[in-house]
Design a protein around this ligand. Structure first.
Ligand code: F3S
Length: 427
């Protein structure tokens, strides 16, 4: 077969099958994927991959077969990788008999699949989170690192906040890239692909909710690169813990309400600090976001509940997974709100989601952990989307402060203060 890409001697030999049939198929998949997007060559990965496919759904039979073949041939990723959250945690996110039956069908191969992940290079038992770049988890790329990640919220964070370079790869391609230690060079890996075609002017009177701002940007620019100005008025220059949390949530919303893989924020994100408005491509378009636009966006979200006036049964906070900073913040907010109302427990089943490593660290602070537990709130490591994405769970009236969860499920979006009020009052 003739390939258009410039290939090294070693890459050609692998494609000719000189290093075995399985590695030949791995290389061929990555090369053909790159050629589809016009990549000129493969480039070496600088950091571990992050996988999106974390769930053992039996219908993914070809994936299980492929994993078996990789394992039989002793192939694994060059660097230990992280993966998206697990789907289930009955201890903290309880399910009734029918739901358990559905989950048994949906995630029936979870145990076997996790064994396969371990065999092909999974970092450890706690490496299941979409926020793999948090310090407690440790898959933290450096500026300029070439990566092959697939989870959209992690991709946009790595590119924008850390200044690393990864495309929004398809699931499984990121694993195959990790095995050959290379990824095709196109799109967000190139200087040209990182130029902005949109100027976003934030002209609100106060810091907009991160999830709503991200949603507005995502719906407008779709998969283009935006250059955002006006946020440094509220967030200050550079990246503090609060700013990185804000950008994490804003990015996840822009990546799911649209398909943003990279944004620049003036005076804040590394490439914008370095190059400023030189990052704007000639002929860029402008989108102004003011208070009225934020209100319009919130009002545009459809309510997917059967009964709009139903009492919420469940509340999910932490999509993408919460940072340690956010976990402390929610513990504080929930406790204070309850105290203010003279109550001890939340009235709606409330679940906070965070990476296993963050939960472990939080639990070591016994006082804070007990404070959260005493409110009746549960703490888990699951992906709320994987819990809700079935006909039984999606019938429940669920509320969330996540715009990604709102987009992909029937859950209803509320701002943080509204969520707080609802979980304390019970409606
Ligand atoms: Fe993470 Fe699942 Fe939300 S992977 S971003 S918690 S949909």
């Amino acid at each position: 077969m003739k390939y258009k890409m410039e290939l090294t001697q070693e890459e050609r030999e692998i494609l000719e099958g000189k290093h075995g049939e399985t590695l030949q198929k791995v290389m061929k998949s990555v090369v053909l994927y790159g050629e589809t997007f016009g990549a000129r060559r493969l480039v070496n990965l600088d950091g571990p991959v992050h996988l999106v496919t974390s769930f053992g759904i039996p219908i993914l039979e070809p994936v299980f077969d492929m994993m078996d073949e990789l394992i039989r041939n002793g192939l694994e990723t060059e660097k230990k990788f992280t993966v998206d959250p697990r789907p289930l945690d009955y201890e903290n996110v309880k399910a009734n008999l029918i739901q358990k039956f559905v989950f048994k069908i949906m995630y029936g191969k979870q145990k076997e699949y996790e064994e396969q992940l371990k065999a092909v290079g999974l970092k450890d038992d706690k490496a299941f989170t979409c926020a793999c770049y948090l310090p407690e988890v440790g898959n933290i790329p450096k500026k300029g690192d070439v990566l092959a990640w697939a989870e959209s919220s992690a991709v946009v964070y790595a590119n924008s906040v850390l200044g690393a370079r990864t495309n929004r790869n398809s699931g499984i391609i990121e694993l195959l890239s990790g095995i050959i230690g290379k990824t095709p060079e196109f799109g967000l890996l190139t200087d040209e692909g990182r130029m902005a075609t949109w100027l976003i002017e934030v002209k609100t009177s106060r810091l907009p909710n991160a999830q709503v701002l991200g949603s507005a940007i995502g719906m407008k620019v779709v998969e283009d690169v935006p250059y955002i100005v006006g946020l440094d008025r509220f967030l200050g220059e550079g990246i503090s813990d609060d700013t990185s949390d804000y950008l994490k949530d804003m990015g996840a919303a822009s990546a799911s309400n649209g398909a943003v893989g990279l944004y620049h924020v003036e005076n804040i994100t590394p490439e914008a600090v370095e190059k400023g408005r030189e990052l704007l491509k000639e002929g860029y378009k402008t989108y102004v976001i003011d208070d009225a636009e934020i209100d319009r966006i919130i009002k545009s979200y459809p309510v997917m509940w059967k009964n709009e006036n139903a009492k919420p049964r469940l509340c999910f906070i932490g999509c993408p997974h919460l940072s340690l900073n956010q976990l402390y913040d929610w513990t504080d907010k929930i406790s204070r709100e309850l105290q203010k109302k003279g109550q001890s427990k939340v009235k709606i089943r409330t679940i906070l989601s965070a990476p296993p490593d963050v939960i472990e660290k939080f639990k070591k602070d016994n006082r804070a952990y007990e404070r959260l537990m005493s409110t009746g709130t549960k703490l888990t490591y699951i992906c709320p989307l994987m819990y809700m994405n079935n006909p039984i769970c999606s019938k429940q009236p669920v509320i969330t402060n996540s715009n990604k969860l709102r987009t992909y499920t029937t859950s209803r979006f509320y701002l943080d203060d509204e969520i707080l009020e609802k979980i304390v009052k019970g409606y």
